[in-house]
Design a binder for this molecule. Structure first.
Ligand SMILES: NC(=O)c1ccc[n+]([C@@H]2O[C@H](COP(=O)([O-])OP(=O)(O)OC[C@H]3O[C@@H](n4cnc5c(N)ncnc54)[C@H](OP(=O)(O)O)[C@@H]3O)[C@@H](O)[C@H]2O)c1
Length: 264
């Protein structure tokens, strides 16, 4: 099945990532990021710059050409009531998967579930409460999920906070690292056996190019000594990458995990 017109660019890139097609299923076409050298550089679309003094980074973009259908597959998408998570959940439902919208605001998520059901004709779009800023909620989500589902084929750790004022999770972690990384870390850990049993399975951690600016400050992990909201976001996105790499290394024998960078 080709990508529907309503499937946005980031979801296309994302879907190719977790369908395991890497960049092969994508048309490389769009220069998205420039790295300036000597303060010079310009943004260009349509191909790689020839200029020697500018180093370009190119990401692949385009439509997801995969025709994979997912009947019988079980998927969890965190933060699926809006943005990338919602678009992703919609496309997965369109492909026939049973999709769990793991969201902190159940009312909002129920509306989205109904919308996706209507748009895709797939009634197996389910809402479950998950607040990644509270480990009790994460444990409760996992417990219920493990009780009611025999399999988990795809876990998409998508939810995220960005540049919020200094605040802490219920367990006292700085909000960015707590929600974006630690919350998903715990969730993945709790669901890992189920993922292994369901192999081939996959974990997708939604990171960001912002991770390039991240540094893990172990002496100030909770931002108590100093705090800058943008950097806190970057650190958490770097943590996503490091987590993904280590998870992939540990799961080498079963299935690799994936990291995904949306289009910005
Ligand atoms: N958009 C981009 O251009 C971009 C670029 C790079 C990376 N990303 C990454 O892509 C992911 C999704 O981004 P987006 O743009 O789609 O963001 P978004 O539209 O702001 O959606 C974020 C989602 O995360 C949920 N969320 C926030 N805190 C949560 C918590 N404590 N527990 C459970 N869910 C929580 C939100 O729920 P509520 O609706 O209840 O707030 C929402 O569903 C994020 O990880 C982000 O870092 C996005």
């Amino acid at each position: 099945m080709g990508a529907g017109p309503e499937l946005d660019f980031r979801s296309c890139l994302f879907l190719s990532c977790w369908l395991g097609e890497g960049t092969a299923g994508l048309r490389s076409s769009w220069v998205l990021l420039e790295e300036k050298r000597n303060g010079l550089g310009k943004t260009e679309r349509g191909g790689l710059s020839e200029e020697k003094d500018t180093r370009w980074k190119m990401l692949s973009s385009g439509v997801c050409t995969s025709t994979v259908q997912l009947p019988g597959k079980v998927v969890v998408v965190t933060g699926a009531n809006t943005g990338i998570g919602k678009e992703t959940a919609k496309e997965l439902a369109r492909r026939g998967a049973r999709v769990y919208l793991a969201c902190r605001d159940v009312q909002k998520a129920e509306l989205v579930a109904r919308e996706i059901q209507m748009m895709t004709g797939n009634q197996q779009v389910l809402v479950r409460k998950l607040d990644l800023a509270d480990t009790k909620s994460i444990r409760a989500f996992a417990k219920r999920f493990l009780e009611e589902e025999k399999h988990l084929h795809i876990l998409i750790n998508n939810a995220g906070v960005m540049m919020c004022p200094y605040s802490k999770t219920a367990d006292g972690f700085e909000m960015h690292i707590g929600v974006n990384h630690l919350g998903h870390f715990l969730l993945t850990h709790l669901l890992l056996e189920k993922l292994k049993e369901s192999a081939p399975s996959r974990v997708v951690n939604v990171s960001s190019l912002a991770h390039h600016l991240g540094r893990i400050h172990f002496h100030n992990l909770q931002g108590e000594k100093f705090y800058q909201s943008g950097l806190a976001y970057c650190h958490s996105k770097l943590a996503n990458i490091l987590f993904t790499q280590e998870l992939a290394r540990r799961l080498k024998a079963s299935r690799p995990s994936s990291s995904f960078y949306p289009a910005r």
